[in-house]
Design a binder for this molecule. Structure first.
Ligand SMILES: Cc1cc2nc3c(=O)[nH]c(=O)nc-3n(C[C@H](O)[C@H](O)[C@H](O)COP(=O)(O)OP(=O)(O)OC[C@H]3O[C@@H](n4cnc5c(N)ncnc54)[C@H](O)[C@@H]3O)c2cc1C
Length: 468
């Protein structure tokens, strides 16, 4: 049997190799380190953690990444097995001893009879490879990135993410904010009331601009600093530094909008939020990509009228990151539509984080294994953490309403990506009426229970049964 070729032995590639080999498929895992370095990796170990040593919350009942951990354990994940075995104390989070973890992943893969590890850079997968998984991550080598860019088109591969914060819709105070598109324009696919608008007085705007300029920022790594911001994606604080009126004439312009709560008062500036997922549960702050530290973002953005109690599904950032415009380019089983022998996995698909990258690697491995057997594995249900993340990558995102830069941006797993519950629990175990945080926790528990039950059904489903 021809091997499946995996390019990149990071979090995603390592997990994909394990899943394939576990299903009896020979694999060649091509990893360029130590022959060629990336700007962030420091060792030649597979699955090296380039920065923090945390897999984040391990709470499977009220945290989406904790739920993803639980699902991965049920799916026989190598990354989770080695993470659990090399855990270090970190409260409710799963943190790992990074050397022990990466050494364990490397040893498990090197010791598997069906896995060959080739230490080489692949600059383009040869035509003879009929099944390939590209898992080269945010720091994909320039030669391979150029090859992928040629396959997918100039605008389809980004080298930077410029992430605006995303807010849970149900945490926005709609007695202050309102739905309206500028000049009530419907545009393609819009209704004329597609944006959520948050108004500011002159004094609020001045204080906000001052806070942006004074706020603590993260600094670029040396190797990131050389890459200029791409057009239209300047961090909001950089725009603010250009002059006190710049934002009012840019992303915060107040024109063409009337506040129905106070029609007689003209807002001095307006923050707009645009729907970010098909479900309508998440809204992004338009033009608010930022290098402000996360704590500063929460503090400063909650001074915006209507966002005082905002819950952020994701905070903003600007990083060096190689990722595809996946919803356009990738099918439901992670294959490149234009060249289906190529699958993508990990952060290059537009997920974010160690655990999410490994989870998408797990799915890519399972899809490729089923395909080798001439079967088609259905994607996991969108109600599971794996399915919700996959749906974000492969089409869960809405297209931009305005003409302008494409809007797909990388995302961690979060409950905003899950389809809403048919019935939100409103009573506790003793029949008491749930309110505020207790209701939110009950909702998360119900989403998690539904996810694990649906995952078990997916695992037990026909093709999976044959494969286990
Ligand atoms: C600087 C930085 C810090 C980050 N910090 C965190 C963090 O603290 N927490 C978190 O959850 N996430 C973090 N991330 C985000 C992300 O989750 C990790 O980068 C994660 O490792 C991505 O997994 P991956 O498998 O997609 O890519 P990687 O783990 O990066 O694996 C890709 C592998 O492909 C190899 N490779 C690249 N090109 C080629 C080629 N042409 N041929 C052969 N091999 C190749 C690389 O050497 C690498 O080993 C960070 C990212 C960066 C860039």
């Amino acid at each position: 049997m021809q091997p499946v070729h995996i390019i990149g032995g990071g979090l995603a590639g390592s997990e994909a190799a394990w899943q394939l080999a576990g299903r009896g498929m020979p694999v060649v895992l091509h990893e360029m380190r130590p022959v060629r370095a990336t700007p962030a990796h420091k060792t030649d170990a597979l699955a090296e953690l380039v920065c923090s040593n945390s897999f984040r919350s391990d709470d499977a009942s009220t945290n989406a990444v904790g739920l993803l951990h639980a699902e991965m354990r049920r799916l026989g994940s190598l990354i989770m097995r080695c993470g659990d075995a090399h855990q270090v104390p970190a409260g409710g989070a799963l943190a790992v001893d990074r050397e022990g973890f990466a050494a364990a992943v490397t040893a498990a893969l090197a010791g598997h009879p069906l896995i060959t590890i080739a230490r080489e850079e692949v600059t383009g997968p040869p035509e003879a490879w009929d099944s390939v998984i590209i898992a080269t991550g945010p720091l994909t080598s320039p030669a391979l990135a150029e090859h992928v860019r040629q396959l997918t088109g100039e605008d389809s591969l980004a080298f930077f993410d410029a992430i605006a914060p995303i807010v849970h819709r149900d945490s926005i105070d709609m007695s202050v904010a309102w739905f309206q598109s500028r000049y009530d324009k419907a545009g393609p696919g819009g209704s004329g009331a597609d944006y959520i608008n948050c108004p500011m007085t002159r004094a609020q705007y001045a204080a906000f601009v001052a806070a942006l300029i004074a706020g603590d920022k993260t600094i670029f790594h040396e190797w990131e600093a050389a890459t200029p911001y791409f057009d239209g994606c300047l961090p909001i604080e950089v725009m603010a530094e250009r002059g006190p009126e710049t934002l009012r004439h840019g992303p915060m312009k107040p024109f063409g909008l009337t506040n129905p709560h106070q029609p007689e008062v003209k807002a001095y500036a307006i923050v707009q939020l645009r729907q970010d997922n098909k479900l309508g549960t998440l809204f992004n702050m338009v033009g608010f990509q930022t290098k402000l530290k996360h704590g500063e973002q929460t503090r400063i953005f909650r001074t915006i009228p209507g966002l005082e109690r905002a819950e952020f599904a994701r905070l903003g950032g600007v990083h060096r990151n190689t990722f595809l415009n996946a919803p356009k380019l990738i099918d439901a089983t992670l294959r490149l539509r234009a060249a289906p022998r190529l699958r993508f996995a990990g952060q290059i698909t537009g997920c974010e984080g160690y655990v999410e990258s490994a989870a998408i690697g797990l799915l890519a491995g399972r899809f490729a294994a089923a395909e080798r057997r001439g079967e088609r594995l259905a994607p996991p249900p969108p109600t599971t953490a794996h399915g919700a993340l996959l749906a974000h990558i492969t089409g869960g995102h809405v297209e931009t309403i305005d003409a302008g830069p494409r809007s797909f941006q990388p995302m961690n797993v979060n409950f905003g990506l899950f389809p809403p519950l048919a019935r939100v629990p409103n009573r506790g175990p003793d029949g008491e009426r749930l309110r505020g945080p207790a209701k939110t926790i009950a909702k998360k528990r119900a989403l998690s229970e539904r996810a694990l039950a649906d995952l078990d059904r997916w695992i037990a489903g026909g093709i999976m049964l044959a494969a286990e």
